[in-house]
Write a protein that binds this ligand. Structure first.
Ligand code: SF4
Length: 377
């Protein structure tokens, strides 16, 4: 289950997520609406077993713990949430203290994902973050003190003109804290964001792909030297037990239900998504109407392509031959023989006896590799 909390204290200029600042008046009715949507879904689909819950956003921690608690209680009341389910909440260091973390822990949240982004004060300012480097460290310590033993930290690299030394210092400071998991994303200019506008007007240089590639390679070396294993293009874990189980569902192209404004769901041959604006979402739910605003059929050819695109993101696991055959009734070669041969010849994919996966070079050119498997529009 994914639960979307579309609220932030302020909007960061690079962010294109469905999230809003200044909507505090909707916090309570929104939490009520999400609980009702969960109830409605159980009525429609039955009491499905749930292995992971991810509360994302936005900034879930702008809600009071009792508001998040009500949502989690609805999950447990209407779905068969496994006793050992991974329950993650995203958290923004500028919005939480130890009491808040303790309350989340008491609600059964057992994994935290904190958006730190940088430990360089000038970079944090450029990104428009509401916390300092020191506050991010304090938030991490507070989460530990509250009993969290599974913490992810998110970082962004490839800021215009970012010095390799500054990025290395951020990563060194991150591993010094000893998080179980790290997610590193290169800065991308998303259409419609204030950042895209600044780049278009020439006020901010566009991110440099070569710089991003250099920083990515340096990150791989530095994190490996500190004992972190890369298991996905953008994700590292201290050991396999701390890989993000929720995100593995996406990368393995498995089914999920999303709740909240703009949330997406996927099951069998169908993908559907909710209306994005918060007021409309609440109105629809309160009127007893579905919040769904669109859907599409995922045909077999598209499903096979997406299984490749998502599975290849898993840099160790890749796409397994037996799993692919069990799901689609054909071998990888029967489905994608030509594409696999061409990508292998270009050194972007490696074929192991039981699976295919990206090579080191393929990790740098992932998007080009993935495009080969998707049907042409
Ligand atoms: S805090 Fe996160 S979700 Fe909110 S605007 Fe910034 S980047 Fe986007």
């Amino acid at each position: 289950m994914y639960i979307h909390i579309p609220f932030c204290a302020v909007r960061c200029h690079y962010c294109d997520f469905n999230t809003y600042a200044g909507l505090e008046k909707y916090f309570e009715p929104y939490a009520d609406a999400v609980r009702e949507e969960i109830r409605q879904a159980a009525e429609e689909y039955g009491r499905l077993p749930i292995q992971t819950i991810f509360i994302g956003g936005g900034t879930p921690t702008v809600l009071r713990p009792d508001q998040l608690g009500g949502i989690l209680a609805a999950c447990r009341e209407h779905f068969a949430v496994a006793p050992d389910a991974e329950i993650t909440s995203e958290a923004n260091p500028g919005t939480v203290d130890q009491a808040h973390f303790t309350a989340l822990r008491a609600l059964g949240v057992n994994r935290l994902s904190m958006g730190v982004q940088s430990f360089d004060e000038a970079e944090l300012k450029w990104l428009g973050r509401i916390h300092s480097a020191g506050e991010a460290e304090q938030a991490f310590d507070a989460a530990r003190a509250a009993g969290f033993t599974n913490i992810n930290l998110d970082f962004i690299f490839g800021l215009p003109g970012q010095a390799p030394g500054a990025w290395a210092r951020t990563l060194e400071r991150a591993v010094g804290l000893g998080p179980e998991h790290l997610s590193l994303y290169s800065l991308t200019v998303e259409a419609g964001t204030p950042l895209a506008d600044s780049v278009r007007r020439g006020r901010v240089p566009a991110p440099d792909d070569d710089l991003a590639a250099d920083l990515y390679l340096a990150s791989q070396d530095l994190l490996a030297a500190h004992g972190y294993a890369q298991y996905e293009i953008s994700n590292w874990a201290k050991d396999a037990s701390h890989q993000c189980r929720h995100n593995l569902v996406y990368w393995r192209d498995e089914a999920y239900l999303g709740f909240g404004a703009g949330a997406h769901s996927y099951a069998r041959d169908r993908r559907w998504w909710n209306v994005r604006p918060v007021p409309q979402y609440i109105q629809r739910i309160n009127a007893g109407k579905p919040a769904v605003s669109g859907q599409e059929t995922v045909g077999r050819r598209l499903e096979m392509g997406e299984t490749m695109m998502l599975g290849l993101r898993l840099v160790l696991e890749g796409v397994g031959e037996s799993g692919f055959r069990a799901r689609f009734g054909v071998s990888l070669d029967e489905a994608f023989g030509e594409e696999l041969a061409a990508l292998t010849a270009r050194g972007l994919i490696e074929r192991l006896p039981a699976r295919v996966r990206l090579t080191a070079e393929g990790r740098l050119l992932g998007n080009r590799v993935f495009a080969e498997f998707l049907p042409e529009e």
